[in-house]
Design a protein around this ligand. Sequence first.
Ligand code: KG4
Ligand code: ZN
Length: 402
Amino acid sequence: MKESDNCGFRIEKTIIHILLKSAFSIPHSAILLTPDARLSRLQTMLVLGIESSCDETAAAIVRDGSVLVSSVISSQIDIHKRFGGVVPELASREHLDKIVPVVEEAFERAKLKKEEIDGIAVTAGPGLVGSLLVGVSYAKAMAFALIKPLIGVNHIEGHIYSVAFENPPVEYPAMALIVSGGHTNLFLVPEPGKYKVVARTRDDAAGEAYDKVAKMLGLGYPGGPIIEKLAREGDPRSVYFSVPRMGDRKPDFSFSGLKTAVSKYVRETGLQPVANGEEPSQAIKNLAASFQSVVIRSLTGTMERLAEEHRPKTLIVAGGVACNNALREASREAAERLGVPVYFPSPHLSTDNAAMIAAAGTVKLRTGERAGWDLNADVSLRLQNVDVEDEALRQRGVHYKL
Ligand code: KG4
Ligand code: ZN
């Protein structure tokens, strides 16, 4: 990133501060960006995506919803590492620092001027409120200044669209398994933009379980990639953990009990966590492999069972945990048995990024959907709009909150 634009950074930063302080005081009805009809007829559409829901500040420019023109991700892993997880206050400060240079760099890499984009898509939720506010405020300020259409995107819907770049077009109905540090949901997607949750975690997300188990074993943060690496050298049958099942026989996931079972195993066997810089023992590798094996069996077993029931034409596996090669392999095997293709994002599009937000936003902008100036961060934004009563849908607009 260049330091040359400091003055510009300061001005734009001030805009964010003003917007944050005024708590979006621009009246709802003030201006609605309405080059709608022209936009939907455009042959080519360039959309800027902005993502800041958790610990990555990201901006990307995407052409026609599937061609990656530029993508910049500023990760905060080094800041949160020593705490073993994301510290919300530190995260929002860092977003505030990085949002302007990250967006600038996305335009520089794309060799485009800001006026050349056709719309802006920003993550509106779910996520950490302070983090989301930075992206939403910045996107609103930019859309206002450039007189460009603005759309809010559900972060989880973004993960579903992360497969739009390097795969054939998705055939519907599709089934999407979204597994990340914050979410573990299985969706039936009967058509683009329609979502029905068919299974969800009752407690921890799968990535969260990876992170917590890694912390328990002294392995560092984020836990997913470290546990995956150690699991390759471990025996997955060495420690028995059962696949969690719900008492009410619903197909939901649960990972908190598994985390407790790992902790109990550590306590009862006297297994020592890895000390700084030490090579993990074979017992730790075996435990990592056994833990990972049950997480993957739970995820893919449920996906396969529900796919047999709902008969999707495409499977999608996305989110940070979809970086995991053992999960990919097990998903491929399940898809083969089901006789359908399975699409994954490439690893850099599996974890949080803005390209997926731009891709999801493009579909909405093309259909004429727009956010008003009252677009706000919604920390608990849900993604489900099938089988939800019409009244709830009318009241919630595009938010589909249950
Ligand atoms: O999608 P993401 O970047 O952020 C959220 O929306 O949560 O996902 C981050 C999560 C972390 O919990 C991390 O441990 C996990 O994805 N993860 C992995 C792997 N790489 C990242 N989990 C298992 N295996 C991996 N290789
Ligand atoms: Zn995510």
